[in-house]
Design a protein around this ligand. Structure first.
Ligand SMILES: [Zn+2]
Length: 209
């Protein structure tokens, strides 16, 4: 069931691995089917080299398992994915990684301010969700406030989360967060001070063009 969604998840997970945004089995991805409301989600602790379409599970919005062909466990961050879908009814996909540069900001509990125009792709700044133990309701609840203002947030001491209308869109946002974090960090080091923030009026000029 929902084979098309599973294929797309697998493709993005492969790409994330090749892009170096996920390593050592970290990171998890999901997509919601509009018709049934079911969610396709990656399994926990799975070596991606052994992953195939049957490794992807189907669950409902309460986390009940609808289909599980290989008898795997859904990702340990399932609660966080479900929280994103519950609180953002407009989205159809969730990506979570421990992308290195973005995670440096998450470790420092430092939001990624808008320093380049690519921030526009994320709705401006990338806020930090307060620390919650991985895999818990605490972490699942921590993303509610940040997702009200952005499609991307850092998870304190942990990683990054992005949401989108499709898994492809959520993944592009993940790439943007990582790129901006890298630019921000090197600017900070090179200039030995905070990079200047692009004022909203400059973003407005671009948006209104
Ligand atoms: Zn994680």
């Amino acid at each position: 069931m929902l084979e098309n969604l599973k294929e797309r998840i697998l493709k993005i997970a492969d790409r994330a691995e090749r892009d170096g945004l996920i390593r050592h089995g970290s990171g998890n991805f999901s997509m919601k089917d509009e018709k049934t409301g079911y969610i396709c989600i990656t399994p926990t602790g799975q070596d991606r080299n052994n992953s195939d379409i049957d490794s992807i599970l189907v669950i409902d919005i309460d986390g009940n398992i609808i289909e599980n062909k290989k008898g795997l466990k859904p990702t340990s961050e399932t609660l966080m994915h479900l929280s994103a879908y519950r609180n953002r009814e407009d989205i159809k996909s969730v990506c979570h990684t421990h992308a290195v540069y973005a995670t440096i900001f998450a470790v420092q509990n430092k939001e990624i301010a808008p320093v380049v125009f690519e921030n526009l792709m994320l709705g401006g700044r990338v806020p930090v969700a307060k620390y919650g133990t991985p895999g818990t309701t605490e972490l699942a609840n921590s993303i509610i406030e940040p997702l009200k203002v952005s499609d991307a947030c850092l998870l304190e001491k942990h990683g990054v989360l992005t949401v989108g209308n499709s898994i492809e869109e959520a993944y592009i946002k993940m790439q943007y967060v990582e790129d901006i974090a890298k630019i921000y960090l090197y600017s900070l080091l090179l200039g030995q001070k905070e990079p200047e923030i692009i004022p909203q009026r400059e973003f407005d000029k671009v948006l209104n063009r």
